[in-house]
Design a protein around this ligand. Structure first.
Ligand SMILES: Cc1cc2nc3c(=O)[nH]c(=O)nc-3n(C[C@H](O)[C@H](O)[C@H](O)COP(=O)(O)O)c2cc1C
Ligand SMILES: [Fe+2]
Ligand SMILES: [Fe+2]
Length: 411
């Protein structure tokens, strides 16, 4: 509702928005979350160029009123006010905790304080975490196991355990009559804009980035979860970050590919270089790969958003890493990136390492040590003294061609 107000003593006209801002997803199912437009970092690690949202959902049954997930600490008042537009928060009977991480469970202590009848619904592992992290009284916790149902009057909530997506206690909540899957972090994206998937032009790019950052290390668990939900009659997927998917096929298809670890004829190339010697080696490798028809995504680690790299790691078949030797090992930025790559477990098949050194070298040995055990084949490495010579250049071109053949041949 838009109202026009006249403030006569100042003699000016102002518009005042009286915007109810209630988003009803289905009959009696409301979005009551928070948009965090300004947030720029998550987990003290991941840049959020587009902010994020903490999606909480209110489900009103004939007998019980249920809140599915809450919001990040610091947004309790906003959550309260949004719920209040529909019901008094003290009327909530159950708070479902799909996940114990504070971005979704952070407002549980507040809600359970102002509402002393509300019970917390979670997995047995979630119950333990709720006590540890949020001091929730055991007597106020209802634990549910896989496929258990609770009828709230005209609506049925089914709980689906989805462990390690991405913490051990995680579950989905499925609202059977409405076909809504509250999937928590799974299917999410860090985006403040857009309530529905079709309102964001590049949603899949953000969803891929989110997958890489949060879910990629748990691909096999992701596959199990997809298998579990495949026969549900899902109409809407309502994750806890980013837009709600009302075109579910698109995100489900993307997830199928990411879970399988489908890769493209593509190489992610990351490097750091103090005096551009390693950089010139990297450029040559990149140009050779491109000339061979391989798609490349290049990141200078000194200026790159690590989330963009992670997005590309999701479907890259190879990685090329360039780093000079610094103090007997690889440049610290390359160490950091390599460690992160190992931890995130992307489906990379091949690796190539390039380095320039001044005297004793050591960067390649260092990187090999970090990257061993990733399951990717190190196709080769070249460590040159100072700037690459014509001979070194030829070796780089040759090795890059070999890599390109492997990338193109390795589905
Ligand atoms: C701070 C610093 C520390 C370095 N430490 C080593 C080292 O321990 N061993 C070595 O062989 N070279 C070392 N170097 C030399 C560089 O590895 C060498 O200059 C290399 O060619 C730089 O490659 P870049 O142009 O890609 O940065 C160091 C250089 C700098 C600036
Ligand atoms: Fe999480
Ligand atoms: Fe989250």
């Amino acid at each position: 509702m838009l109202r026009l107000y006249s403030i006569s003593n100042y003699g000016i006209m102002v518009f005042k928005m009286e915007w109810r801002n209630i988003l009803e997803i289905s009959d009696g199912v409301y979005w009551v979350g928070v948009k965090d437009w300004d947030r720029r970092l998550f987990d003290s690690l991941i840049p959020l160029p587009k902010g994020t949202s903490y999606n909480a959902y209110l489900v009103i049954g004939d007998n019980w009123k249920v809140l599915v997930d809450t919001v990040n600490p610091g947004f309790e008042a906003e959550l309260h006010s949004r719920i209040s537009r529909i019901i008094d928060p003290e009327e909530i009977d159950y708070i479902v905790m799909n996940h114990a991480e504070p971005d979704h469970a952070g407002a549980i202590p507040y809600l359970m304080r102002i509402n002393d009848k509300a019970k917390l619904v979670t997995t047995p592992r979630g119950a333990k975490m709720a006590q540890t992290y949020y001091s929730v009284d055991e007597k106020r916790i209802v634990t549910v196991t896989d496929q258990e149902r609770i009828s709230i009057g005209g609506k049925t909530l089914r709980f689906i355990e989805a462990p390690m997506l991405h913490w051990p206690e995680t579950m989905f909540t499925y609202l059977e009559e409405d076909g809504i899957l509250f999937s928590c972090d799974f299917f999410g994206s860090h985006l403040a804009a857009g309530f529905f998937d079709d309102e964001v032009e590049d949603l899949l790019v953000h969803a891929q980035r989110y997958w890489g950052e949060i879910m990629m290390p748990f691909r096999s668990m992701g596959g199990k979860a997809l298998e579990k939900i495949k026969d549900l009659n899902i109409r809407v997927i309502a994750p806890s970050h980013g837009p709600i998917h009302r075109n579910i096929r698109r995100i489900l298809d993307a997830y199928q590919g990411w879970v399988r670890g489908d890769t493209k004829s593509k190489a992610s190339i990351i490097y750091v270089s103090m005096w551009r010697h390693t950089e010139s080696m990297i450029q040559l490798a990149a140009e050779t790969l491109m000339a061979e028809g391989v798609n490349v995504a290049i990141y200078n680690l000194t200026v790159s958003d690590i989330g963009d790299l992670v997005k590309d790691l999701v479907d890259s078949r190879a990685i090329v890493i360039g780093a000079p030797t610094v103090l007997g090992g690889a440049h610290p930025l390359a160490v950091y990136a390599s460690y992160l790559i190992k931890a995130l477990r992307p489906p990379l098949r091949y690796m190539l390492l390039l380095s320039s050194y001044g005297w004793g070298g050591g960067a390649i040995r260092h990187l090999r040590g970090i990257l061993e055990g990733t399951g990717s084949e190190i196709v080769g490495s070249i460590e040159v003294n100072g700037p690459p010579s014509a001979d070194d250049m030829n070796r780089i071109i040759e090795l890059s061609r070999t890599l390109a053949q492997k990338i193109k041949g390795g589905e």
